[in-house]
Design a protein around this ligand. Structure first.
Ligand code: CA
Ligand code: CA
Ligand code: CA
Length: 254
């Protein structure tokens, strides 16, 4: 009886060690991102806006309105996006699947403006270039940014602040590597280095609010559930502990 239990424990331990040794490593992806503003949603013929897409070497910029309304801000409204690894000498992103990573830095300068009442949104096209494990460019479809311009009538720049919302109907974009289909999903904005995400945030009148835009690469459809090495290690050490305990127990009894 004791021997057979020992045998079972030994085989379980051996099995866990073998599985641990052959466990498929998660793929590590690296590359760079550039962004481009596109497709302004403007519903008023008096609207004033412009796009300057210069992310490789600079930033992609979308401006709207004419500054000067309140509280004495001379500047207009501005979105900028600066993709990770988009500029010469800038480090690329480097991440395993299923882990959130920074796509780029987004700034929202909220001017107090005229001539922008009908500017309701703009699209951000995110181009992700993979440099490893494959060298390919993927152009991902547009992610819609909605703009809520609130009236400036309280005199409080925070209460009067305007809101930017990332369309939460953004669908993931797929690519294939080594016969496996992966999806890049946009997780949203984060203002705490990726700990929490939100689809919207506001910028007070006359101020600039910044956030990171984060994404995640996952196997499409979840893929096969491979146990994490850490889980197997715990299982292995648990068995070791159990085996050690049994050994000690038998010893003291004999
Ligand atoms: Ca750039
Ligand atoms: Ca404003
Ligand atoms: Ca406002």
């Amino acid at each position: 009886m004791k021997k057979s239990l020992k045998k079972v424990l030994y085989s379980l331990l051996l099995f866990s060690l073998v599985v641990m040794g052959t466990d498929a490593k998660a793929t590590i992806f690296s590359g760079s991102v550039t962004g481009e503003w596109d497709n302004v949603n403007s519903t008023n013929s008096n609207d004033v806006f412009s796009i300057l897409n210069n992310d490789p070497g600079g930033v992609a910029q979308f401006n709207w309105g004419t500054g000067g309304e309140y509280p004495a801000t001379s500047f207009d409204n501005q979105f900028t996006f600066d993709g990770v690894g988009s500029d010469p000498g800038e480090s690329e992103w480097d991440v395993e699947e299923e882990i959130a990573f920074l796509l780029g830095d987004f700034d929202y300068r909220n001017g107090s403006t005229y001539n922008s009442t009908g500017v309701d949104g703009v699209d951000l096209n995110v181009m992700v270039s993979l440099s490893s494990p494959i060298n390919t460019d993927y152009s991902f479809s547009s992610f819609g940014f909605s703009i809520t311009n609130t009236p400036n009538n309280t005199g409080n720049s925070t209460v009067d602040g305007d809101i930017v919302t990332l369309g939460n109907n953004t669908t993931g974009n797929s690519f294939t590597y080594a016969g496996t289909e992966y999806t890049l999903d946009i997780l949203g904005f984060s203002q705490d280095s990726g700990n929490t995400f939100t689809y919207d945030f506001s910028s007070p009148e006359g101020a600039t609010a910044s956030a990171g835009l984060y994404g995640k690469i996952s196997k499409t459809g979840g893929g096969a559930q491979v146990p994490e090495p850490a889980t197997i290690f715990l299982l292995g050490s648990g068995l070791l502990g159990l085996f050690g305990y049994r050994k000690k127990f038998w010893k003291s009894k004999s």
